[in-house]
Design a protein around this ligand. Structure first.
Ligand code: RB5
Length: 143
């Protein structure tokens, strides 16, 4: 299952991403927000992170105006590796190297066509499993 969340700044782009997930036959859940009323992005970062950590979702998609606030909020949560992506190279690399479990985007930064390609790349790329990358990921969680 793919967990999806946004604030008001990401709401419009999220609608395009939900259409893509539907068309591709992904199982997904929209954790809000559900309209363009101003809301606080940490709420949605935490909902999507929680869904992943609880095992409800394998991966997440988070969108705010820039993608920055929502990625900062998600990355505060141990076990979450949220990658802010504005290009497909980064979306692929963050799966291969960082085993990122959330892709973040800015609804006021990337257009819908590119955003869909970023999500498609992110969801279809597996972690490389290479030792050096696994070691670095383990180090992220160490004190
Ligand atoms: C909301 O106006 C905006 O600050 C938010 O969507 C995001 O860009 C924060 O990083």
């Amino acid at each position: 299952m793919i967990a999806v969340g946004s604030d008001h700044g990401g709401y419009e782009l999220k609608q395009e991403i939900l259409k893509y997930l539907e068309k591709e036959g992904y199982e997904y859940r929209d954790y809000g927000s559900y309209d363009e009323q101003a809301v606080d992005y940490p709420v949605y970062a935490k909902k999507v992170a929680r869904a992943i950590l609880d095992g409800e979702a394998e991966k997440g998609i988070l969108i705010c105006g820039t993608g920055i606030g929502i990625s900062i909020a998600a990355n505060r949560i141990p076990g979450i590796r949220a990658a802010l992506c504005s290009d497909c190279f980064s979306a692929e690399a963050t799966r291969l190297h960082n085993d990122a479990n959330i892709v973040c985007m800015g609804g006021r930064v990337v257009g819908p066509g590119l955003a869909v390609k970023i999500v498609d790349t992110f969801l279809k790329t597996d972690f490389s499993g290479e030792e050096r990358h696994s070691r670095r990921i383990r180090m992220i969680e160490e004190d």
